[in-house]
Design a protein around this ligand. Structure first.
Ligand code: HEC
Length: 84
């Protein structure tokens, strides 16, 4: 999954731990920990884009990512260990 996130360009904007252009993936995991609906919501956001959840910077939609990949990436992000 780490390699897929590189190949799909996620790491141009995201770090694993701290905020860069977008939130760090461990910050995302911490925010939604224990939220059973998060995988589905985040995979939709990865494909369609997002703004306003973490600030005013837009995550453009990611058309290079298939639905299956978006779901796998969302699950991977959400399963990351706590940032601290
Ligand atoms: C052009 C920069 C950019 C790229 C490329 C990008 N993101 Fe993001 N991402 C952002 C920004 C900015 C936000 C915060 C959006 C917001 O505040 O709603 C974000 C938010 C997110 C969130 C949290 C959404 C939420 O509602 O909390 C996830 C998960 C995520 N990105 C995953 C990915 C994945 C996986 C990829 C690669 C397929 C990716 N991003 C590619 C900039 C980017």
């Amino acid at each position: 999954m780490a390699q897929l996130s590189q190949e799909r360009g996620c790491m141009r904007c995201h770090g694993m731990v701290t905020k860069f252009v977008g939130p760090g993936f461990q910050q995302v995991a911490d925010r939604y920990r224990g939220d059973a609906t998060a995988t589905a919501r985040l995979s939709a956001k990865i494909m369609q884009g997002s703004v306003g959840t973490w600030g005013n910077v837009i995550m453009p939609r990611q058309p290079q990512v298939s639905a299956a990949e978006a779901s796998a990436l969302a699950g991977w992000v959400l399963a990351l260990p706590p940032a601290h």
